[in-house]
Design a protein. Structure first.
Length: 167
């Protein structure tokens, strides 16, 4: 089992298979537009713009489980992210990341890479880095800024490229 085995909802309520991203390095993030960490959207966007042609996809999953910091509808949230933060990377439908209604993808991510204080997601902007084979390779805390692990992303992109050249 890997990340590509999951299906998620788009902001428009359509089903989206993560197998569509097979062969790409993924950065999966639970987001919230009203969060104090929301300035990270700009760094996520910068990574997206810099490395999308090299095989990186940033996937944002809005979540309203932390102090009601994503209270708006999917369509409004997507517009807010575009206008306020210049986001062009894929934003998917709002999900729960913890509790009985946690999205199956997030149950899997937490199992594969538990955090410092256990498997639960502690706050918005917890980040999971997934290699081009669909394996979770690293979990980053909400306060770790995305550009801090840019070198790790580049390394995974280089590994993916070298495997493609071999095959």
């Amino acid at each position: 089992m890997n990340v590509y085995d999951f299906k998620v909802q788009t902001v428009r309520g359509e089903e989206k298979s993560l197998s569509d991203y097979r062969g790409q390095v993924l950065l999966i993030v639970n987001t919230a537009t009203k969060c104090g960490l929301a300035p990270q959207f700009k760094e996520l966007q910068r990574l997206h713009e810099t490395y999308k042609d090299a095989g990186l996809t940033v996937l944002g999953f809005p979540c309203n489980q932390f102090q009601n910091q994503e209270p708006v509808k999917n369509s409004d949230m997507e517009e807010t992210c575009q206008i306020n933060f210049g986001v062009t990377f894929p934003l998917l439908g709002k999900i729960d990341v913890n509790g009985p209604n946690a999205d199956p993808l997030y149950k899997y991510l937490k199992k594969e890479a538990s955090g410092l204080f256990g498997s639960g997601i502690k706050w918005n902007f917890t980040k999971f880095l997934v290699d081009a084979e669909g394996r979770v390779v690293k979990r980053y805390s909400p306060t770790t800024k995305p550009l801090k692990f840019e070198a790790h992303i580049k390394k995974l992109l280089e590994q993916a490229k070298s495997k493609t050249l071999v095959h």
